[in-house]
Structures are given as C-alpha cells and as structure tokens.
Design a protein around this ligand. Sequence first.
Ligand SMILES: [Zn+2]
Length: 819
Amino acid sequence: MIEILFSIANFQNFINYEIFVDFDDSLSIIKGYETIYYINNSKDTLKYIELNLYANAFRPNSKYNQDIKNKLKVKKTEIDRSKPKDWGYIIIDSCSEKFDTNDMLMRVYKTILPNETTKIFIKFTLKIPKLFDRLGKAEQEYEITQWYPKVGVYDERGWRTYGYRYNTEFYGDYANWKVSIKTKKNYVVGASGYLVDSIVNDSFKILTYKLEKAHDFAFVMSKRYKVEEINYDSIKIYILHYSNDSNFIKVAKYHSINALKIFSKKLYPYPYKTLTIVESHLRAGGGMEYPALVLITNPKEFKIRRFRLINSKNYYLAIVIAHEIGHQWFYGIIGNDEAYEAWLDEGMNSYLEDYYNHLVFNDESIYNIFGNLRKIIKFYLGNYDFRLFSDYFVYLEPYNEPILGKPAWEMKNYWQVYNRGKNLMLALQDILGDSLFDLILKEYFKRFAFKHPRSEDFIKLVEEISNLDLTALKNQWLYGKGLPNYSVYKTINNTFLIKGTYKYPISTIIDNNLLKLKPDTIINAKKIIIDPYNRVLESDEWDNTYPRRFEIKPFFNIPKMGYYQISYIPFIFYNPFDNYFFGIYLRGSESYKRHFFSYGGNTKGDFYLGFWENNFLFNLKFVKNIFNFDFGLKNKFIQLIVFNDYINDLSYLDENYFQKSNVWGIKINGFYKNLKIFSKISKDFLKFNINYNFNILKMLNVQFSYYRIFGNYPVHERIYIDGGFLYPRAFEILLPYKGSWFYSKYLVFNDGIYSKRGENIFSDEFALSEFKISPFGIFGVYSSVGWTGKIYIDYGIYLKLYKIELKFVNFNSFIVKIN
Ligand SMILES: [Zn+2]
C-alpha cells in the first residue's frame, strides 16, 4: 500500500522559541531554560504536544544505538564501548505542565484548541556527548546541534515525532527564535541567526541571537575558533575555523558567495541575514546543514589518506560546501519530512549540487580528483560522465528500492534518496525543457516556501503547470525500482525505431539536429543519439546511439556508460608440456555486463578459444590434435556445463587412456557460502568433489575437500586439506600434506589445459608447498617445492588480472610425470 502523500494546502503550526543556555565547559553540560509558544493552526483540538529529545540518542540503551547495531550488524557500537562520561543525554528538570518521557520522546499534556496559542516552560540539562555523530565535543570544539527539547510536527497525519534515528535527518515546524548563550568569556560562538545583544563582563558573556522562519537552531563554540567575515549583498558570511588552514578559508569564501548567488537566482532569494560556515569535526559525512549554519569537515582531517586525496584541487571541498549551502533551500526554505520523504531535500539538493558542479567546474571536475594521475586517467576516461556512472549504482542491488513508503532508517540503502531523487529531477528537466523546468522550480518555492510540501504536492504542481500526466514518471522514480530504458534500433527498411519504457518525449540528436522525440517514432536518418546530455539514467545506455559506440583500450577499461568497452592483454606463455603459447585476452563490457574472450595458440597448431561472461561460459580447446570444448550457464549458486573432454580428470591414471578418451557429460557445480560442490557426470563415471572453505583469524584460508570418482575407472577417493595465508595478501602458502592425495589449484592454469604440473598427482609420497609474493598487486613471484618420489622445484613470476592468473614459468621446471 502506498500512503497518499499530499499535504493539500494544509495548515502549518508555528512556534516561538526562547531559550537561555548556560554552558558549563568543565562538566560539558548545558543548563537550558526553554519557553515555547505553540500556535495550533489546525482544526484539531490537541490533547498533548510531542517533543524530540534527540540528545538521548547518544547513550547505550537508545533506539538510535540499537539502529546502528541492526544496520551495521555489530554487537557493540562506539557508544557501547565509550565511558559514561562520553555519553549524551537530556534530563527534563521541570516543566510547567504534566509530562512524561520515553527514550527520545517527551509528551506534554495540555489541551490546545484550534487557533489557540499555548505557552510551555521547560528546564532541562543537556549532557554534551563526545562527538559520535552530529552533536558533541571533538578536540576543543563543541558542535551543539539537535540539542534542546524540540517540538515535533503535527501535520495532516498527526504527530510526527521520530527522534534521532540512524541515517535519518529531521522534521520540524517553522519558528521564530531568540536564543541567549552564556559561556566563559574566551569562547568564540557561531550560531544560526544574527546577534542582537551581547553582555560581556570579566569572566563570562551572554550572546543573544534571533532567527525568523527557521525550523531549527544550532550553534558551535570553541576557544580557538578564528572568524573571517565577508559580505554578499546584505548577507553577512562568517567562516569559523580552528585550523588556520588558508586553503579551507579561501575555498569557503569563494564558494559560499558563489553558491548563495547561484541558488538565490535559480530558486528563491536567500532569506536569512547571516550564513555561518563552520570547520567541523563532523562524523556523519563531509558536512551537515542547519538553518543559516553549515558544518563542513576539512578534508585535511580525514583520517584515511585515500579520502584526503580525493580533495586534490579542492574539488571535493567546494562541492560539499555547495551541497550544504544548497540545503538552505531544500531543507531550510522548504521544510519537508526528512524521515519519510527525504528525496525532497537530499534528492532535489543533489540535483542542485549537480547543477552547481556542472556550472562551476564543467567537465574537468572528475579529473581534478585524480591530481597528478590525470594524464593517465584521462587516457582511460576520455569524456567521462562521472555522474551518469555513479548514479547507475542505484540500479544495482542492494541500492535498488523505492524511495517512498519506508522511513529512512528502514531503507536498505539511504543513498537511494539522493540518487533516485536527483535522477527524477534530471529526467523531468529533459521532459519539460530547461526554461519550463526552471519556472516550475521557482513556482515550487513561491508556493511552498516555509511550508511542508509532500511528494505529491510537487508532482501536482508540475502536472498543473505542464499539463502532463506524470504517473509513469513518479512510478518509475519514486514508488518503483529499477531504471527506464530508451533505445534505438535499425529496422529492415533502413529506418530507425525509437523505443522507450515510458512514453515521454526525449531529447534526441538526429543527424545534426536536436529534437524531442516520442518513443515508437520511426525516423529516417544516418546517425541517432538519444539523450545526448545524459539526463535520463537508463538501465542500458549503449543502445541509445546508432551507430553503436565502442571503445578499445589496452589492459583494462574504466567502466563507462554508453559504450561497449573492450580491453586487450596480449600474452606469451611457455611450459614444456604445451611449448609456447601466444595469445590475447579480450574483455568486453557494457557497464556491469561483462564478457571475456581469450584466444591462444602455439606454433604447432594447438589453440585455445574461450568466451565467458557473467552467466555464460564457452571454452574450445584443440591441443595435441585433440579437440574438446565445454559450454554452459552459470550464476552465483549453480553452474550447468556440458563438456566434451579428452584431457579429463582420469587421464593421469593411464597415459594411453589420455589419447583414447573422448568423454561427453555434464558438470553440475553448486556454491553456497563456504561450501562448493563440483561434479562431473558422464556415462562412464561420476566425479564428485566437495570443498569447505573457512578462514582462521581472517588470515589463514583453509580448505577441506573430499574427492571421489565412481564408475568403470579405477575407483578412488581422497580427503585432503590445503590453504594459504590471505592476509596481508602478500603471500600464499599451500600447506604440505604428506601421505595422501594433494591437489593444488594454484599450480594449474585454467583447468589444466596448458599444464599438468602438480595437478591430480598420483603418489603416496606427495608433498608440496608454494610461496607467493606480490608486492605490486598484479605482479608477483612464486616458488614451489614438492616431493613426488623425486624433488620437485618450480619458480617464476606471475601476473594476476581479474580472476586470471598468468604464470611465466621457469623453463627448467621439473614436470611431474603422469604415472
Ligand atoms: Zn545533503
């Protein structure tokens, strides 16, 4: 069932907050004195008021802490492991009315008639936690957000008081604010709102801020903040930083003015007198929005070097700043329910971020994050549409789910709301055209500024202005999952047919003209490109162009939408059994659909040909005048393969048999978690192999196996164990196992076709160990030592690409004779 998501020109309740904050830094405590004037604009008589006690999230028995355990599947969270002095909570010391509390919910029992204003006074104590997420102290800085008893929203659905939940943001009614903060004199304070009064004496100061028509109020305090002040129009911009990092200040200055200018013009004038940018220690992502105040983590502070690197050329920092400032519109001016309809803020704001990115950085942005590697990267990326590719992730499991119907904390992947929301906006922009789309955005703000529109309010507005039926569009992006697809096909009459999952017209280049085409159109042309600006994210981008686009690169490809990509790796291979083999590996892929081809041959006329992709496998071998092949279907759990084999698993038993055998049969292989079953069934024999693989201390990978052949051949069975160190992945050692069969998967290349070394050796005296080092990831050296009645030594280098391991074996290596 889909909830009806209208607010239908409803009432909005309004609040006046007056809060006095007495901050004690020695105990990390705030004593709060909060007066609430609640205006009931609904037609309902309210029996009580609900408030959020968000700060109670940061102690072990909270719903929020339980959310983390459920979502991350951990037994203990950081909160559980921390000391009570690091926890956060809020205690209601007194209230002017009867009340009760439960975890993050407070209910104040007071009857409020329609159109009545009521006054409530609450005295509370806030214990400031260590910064676990968004509220708390980190190093010397206090980031005071979600901190006071905050009235929930009473809307057409009743009270919406969600508390602080995993991944979830907030929902609040618009209010006017007067907040006075008493601190020691040497604290520098930044706040939502503008300063109206300051009282300073020898030891403390009281700063009073006001803010109108905002649904939250946050502030920060630190003794070491420095403040940079700049002006844009009549707006004062404050940049608070603790690091003195001139780069951070420079980027914050430029992009705060730039973003204010661009978004004010595109959507609605920025409504507040100030904007405060705070250099933050934030744990939840790179930034967080509050009315007239944004928290931005300096990428320099990222603990992991890899994350610091993504900010080379300041691209990342600039985008985070633009994103958080964008929230002043999609969150601040339009205050949607962020728990149930988060796409209205995060999705629309991601569209805005994307717009900013395109306008300010153009297509160079992607290269900026690669810094010095840009030349090589550019060779592989070409004209890369990073957005298109990263957005394609929404289509993949587990990202693929509808974005309406569930609260954010129940979603499998919250990033959905960013991506699907943005892609709905981009698709809409293409359908409506830029000017009508911009007009509708402006109208959305005109009509819903300082209100709580619902998803259907937006859809209705677009339908009203555009005269279009958006049912298919919203079912695709909001209520549905998966992606639409447009495609072009050549017909037998040499015309082109445009197809589309939904029937909205789409921008299409026909020869050299840009037109809007409706699906099911037949057209005469030489060249067609559907959706040339990549506004509609599709399940298949390759079928958008005619002629189809291909890209061929050596060694590898970076997955790119819209192209069929081929990479090639030439190889030379030698072993004394097969002599030289020359060949080439080809890997073909279309976004996530991958195909592999390989071809190899030697001077004696032997060849090998293979083709396999995610679900299909085909191998053809012609070695030593013997022909064999296998083909089949496979997926994650089961493989079904038909084979015709000369060199089968029995060949070592009898050298003559090796020449004679021509066996047809099927392989049925099953995989489930650590368990693997391989079976080969033919009319003469059944081979059965079951492996159980497990890990000790995440280091030693051990495999137990049982192997048996039933049939007309000498029946035998064996039980064996092998394994290797996988961590730190620098080497692998096969454990020797003496006195039984030993099977080494590592010594055999590609199902044994090139080499019989070490595979299925029949000896009671066999033992072997192999050692591998790969200091450069894909290259490595290996050596093996074994005993098969004779000493067995082998060493060489190897190359590992994808799942393919190429071994350049030592020419003098001893070949284990087939018995
Ligand atoms: Zn955001």
